[in-house]
Design a protein around this ligand. Structure first.
Ligand code: H2U
Ligand code: ZN
Length: 345
């Protein structure tokens, strides 16, 4: 079988599920939806932006005159700190649970016209520090701390101002619970940490790696679903964000910038994605099976305006992709990870 031409399935050991790969379909014509790319330059400060310094937010609170990252309590949180305990349903068909938590917003910079990769590495390092500080703060109280960024209107971001979110909950969400089960079973069955071993094997193969530095690797996973999906992994076994040492925090800022620069270069656009961190849940004592990682899930497929849809077959059967992970990795690897503005910023 030729993986570049023949339909096949690949197994995602983290989700414990299969992905259908149909490489022969990559050349099919497209007359469907095109998204509108954002091309207008943005001002450094937008008086109408609810995340810019000194501006009023939707609930009336006023942002401080900040520079660098800013964290504030989400004015429209998905989780509330106190919720009445849910009735314990007596039917297996009508089960529910109460859900408590808190949500925060993190502005990466006061600059409305920036994005994460446009910031100088030392400013990205401040974002890394805030992620870890927020994680450590909320991990004292909550079962899970979700740290993520929705970037671009295509991924539902409500505002171009560079920002992400933090949701902490008193429950472990399903995706994380699933990764806990699969990594635990892998350690029991194979005797090694799944993602530490996976990272080493990808480094040895050099087929799907898109970027590496001293402490980190970025790879299009063998089982990727989204066309240009990547997985960002520390080389060392680090179960949680808070396990990263000073050097690893520095090199994380470096690889984040370079990965996102390449993404931007791919379709010459501010590349949209949802990204976020997975690691051992805060209160869990056994962490040998866990490896910290960030998933980047970008929707674009062919250009800045044509996206991948996860629809019929994906919703009703299993995830499917056309481009192989190897083809996607080669395309990302071929792009520049720096440009002239980097020296000016
Ligand atoms: P997204 O762009 O990923 O939606 O994140 C923006 C968050 O900012 C969103 O969760 C919050 C929204 O609730 N927000 C405020 O907390 N205050 C505001 O004035 C507007 C938006
Ligand atoms: Zn702004």
């Amino acid at each position: 079988m030729n993986f570049e031409e023949h339909p096949h399935r690949r197994f995602d050991p983290l989700r414990g599920d299969w992905v259908l790969v149909s490489p022969h379909r990559s050349r099919r014509p497209w007359q469907g939806q095109s998204e509108t790319p954002v091309t207008e330059p943005r001002p450094r400060h937008d008086p109408a932006c609810y995340l810019c310094a000194g501006n009023q937010r939707a609930n009336g609170a006023v942002n401080p005159d900040y520079s660098g990252p800013l964290v504030f309590e989400n004015d429209f949180p998905a989780l509330l700190k106190d919720t009445a305990p849910a009735e314990d349903a007596r039917s297996p068909l009508f089960r529910s649970q109460s859900a408590c938590g808190t949500s925060r917003v993190i502005c990466f910079s006061e600059r409305h016209d920036q994005t994460l990769p446009a910031l100088p590495v030392q400013e990205i390092r401040k974002v890394v520090d805030v992620w870890i500080r927020e994680y450590e703060d909320l991990a004292r109280t909550y079962a899970w701390v979700a740290i993520f960024e929705n970037k671009g209107a295509m991924m539902g971001s409500s505002n171009p101002h560079p920002h992400g979110q933090i949701w902490a909950s008193d429950f472990i969400p399903s995706e994380v619970a699933r990764e806990d089960r699969t990594q635990r079973a892998f350690l029991t069955e194979a005797g090694t940490n799944m993602l530490v071993t996976y990272g080493q094997e990808e480094c040895a193969q050099q087929i799907r790696i898109v970027l590496e530095n001293r402490d980190w690797i970025a790879v299009v996973p063998y089982w990727a679903v989204w066309p240009f999906e990547t997985l960002l992994l520390p080389r060392r076994h680090c179960p949680r964000l808070s396990d990263l040492d000073t050097g690893e925090r520095d090199t994380l800022a470096d690889i984040l910038k370079r990965l996102c620069k390449r993404y931007d270069a791919l379709f010459d656009t501010e590349f949209p994605y949802s990204m976020g961190w997975h690691g051992a849940p805060p209160a869990q004592d056994d962490t040998a099976h866990w490896q910290l990682h960030a998933h980047f899930y970008p929707p674009l497929l062919r250009s800045a305006t044509v996206r991948k849809f996860l629809v019929g077959y994906e919703l009703l059967a299993e995830p499917q992709r056309d481009l192989t992970a190897e083809q996607a990795a080669a395309r990302i690897r071929a792009l520049p990870d720096q440009n002239a503005e980097d020296s000016e910023a």
